[in-house]
Design a protein around this ligand. Structure first.
Ligand SMILES: [Zn+2]
Length: 422
């Protein structure tokens, strides 16, 4: 799939120029906006970004499809770097129970929580799982996403995790957008183990046979490991991560979603590419770790739906020199597929600027997935991925419900269907 396209007369082109690393500190808040600008795409790749008048002189062939973006803003295609879209069952009842006053422990005692999705997913037919995944991907595209990370993690046995990764591989072949596949064997500790110390036994399984088989089959781009009090300890997670790195599989971490669990420190010390959630990461831990190459991925909708009494300290992370990314956390209990809305919500939620949020959903997210060579910014040579929003300046997107302002989603130079009927 490779299109030719001219996007011209845009009031703003938000380039988010790639300087060779994820952006942190003050650079997280810089967008590299070009006004009255054009983006030229040939054979699916960006060939030029700049003044409309100048570029049309060189590239204004009559037979190239052209979008007049007058009064609009062109941005890089959004990158969703954290999702769990392959699952069976439904969990809306437990959310309703929690909204009605039930505690997490009460919901879990009633059979809810991640474990209920594991059981439902293990029992679901492949075509049911894949149909649902396909619908989620189309909805992601309608929220401005042109590349997404997708995790396994609702299997938690060697056979079921491998099978879920194989289904994600099949979905990738049919996907309208690039998928980055993550093995999440260490999602939670399975409840059906009979070992005296289930957490330790399961850690040994993940760090041993599971990781070996996943790597041998070459079916994952990353391994994700949870560091959370009551699930995997920092020491257990570090062991899984070390094994993964020894076998050549890069890692990401679910950290501190429910309690301060030293997840951020563990992820950085182990050399994980990213750590996600960070809702309960202590300020003292952020300060002690300092600037990092590990990217902090914050998930505002997860905090909203989980009704946590804290939020990740995104402001402190950015100011400390940590690159920040933003994702939906689409999963069995969070059905947010629009990264455009999640990104705009992240700004007031975390008290970060529109520019910092945009960098978090584009360039930094691309770096967290290792796709920065081809996506995440409007740089010449990258794939022709962009979104067009119906406002002259990107800041305006943040004043309302952003999805209402999405005008076009372009992948590899081709317009994607974004009306709800498609
Ligand atoms: Zn997650």
């Amino acid at each position: 799939m490779a299109g030719n396209l001219n996007i011209v007369n845009a009031s703003s082109v938000v380039a988010v120029t790639d300087g060779g690393r994820a952006r942190a500190g003050r650079a997280q808040g810089e967008l590299d906006i070009v006004h009255d600008a054009a983006v030229i795409i040939r054979d699916g790749a960006i060939r030029a970004v700049g003044s409309t008048v100048e570029l049309l002189d060189q590239w204004g062939d009559d037979d190239v499809p052209t979008i007049d973006a007058s009064g609009k803003t062109v941005m890089p295609g959004l990158i969703d770097c954290h999702s769990h879209p392959l699952f069976g069952g439904d969990r809306h009842d437990e959310y309703a129970e929690r909204l009605g006053g039930a505690s997490l422990a009460q919901v879990a005692a009633g059979g809810g929580g991640i474990w209920s999705s594991v059981v439902a997913t293990r029992n679901a037919a492949d075509d049911v799982l894949l149909d649902r995944l396909q619908i989620a991907l189309l909805r992601m595209v309608r929220g401005g996403v042109t590349c997404a990370e997708v995790k396994s993690g609702y299997g938690l046995t060697v056979a079921t995790e491998l099978h879920q990764l194989e289904l994600l591989q099949r979905a990738r072949a049919a996907s309208p957008i690039e998928l980055v596949i993550t093995f999440l064997g260490a999602h939670v500790v399975p409840r059906d183990l009979s070992d005296a110390d289930p957490g330790e036994a399961y850690t040994n399984l993940v760090a041993g046979e599971m990781t070996e088989r996943v790597v041998a089959q070459g079916i994952a781009d990353f391994q994700d490991v949870t560091v959370e009090d009551g699930l995997f300890t920092p020491e257990q997670a570090a062991r899984i991560i070390a094994r993964s790195h020894a076998l050549g599989l890069r890692t990401r971490v679910h950290a501190d979603a429910w309690k301060p669990s030293l997840g951020w420190r563990t992820a950085c010390a182990a050399g994980a590419v990213s750590a996600e959630h960070l809702t309960y990461t202590d300020d003292s831990e952020i300060d002690a770790v300092g600037a990092s190459a590990t990217i902090a991925v914050v998930l505002p909708v997860a905090e909203l739906i989980y009704m946590t009494d804290r939020r990740a300290n995104a402001r402190r992370l950015i100011d400390t020199g940590v690159p920040l990314a933003i994702s939906t956390d689409y999963c069995s209990s969070i059905h947010a597929t629009s990264l455009l809305s999640t990104m705009t919500m992240a700004a007031p939620w975390f008290r970060i600027t529109p520019a910092e949020a945009i960098v978090g959903a584009t360039l930094n997210a691309a770096y967290s997935l290792g796709v920065q060579a081809r996506r995440g910014s409007l740089d010449v040579g990258k794939r022709g991925d962009a979104i067009i929003v119906d406002c002259p300046h990107p800041n305006e997107l943040f004043l309302g419900l952003a999805d209402e302002m999405l005008s076009a989603v372009i992948v590899d130079g081709q317009l994607m269907p974004i009306s709800p009927a498609t």
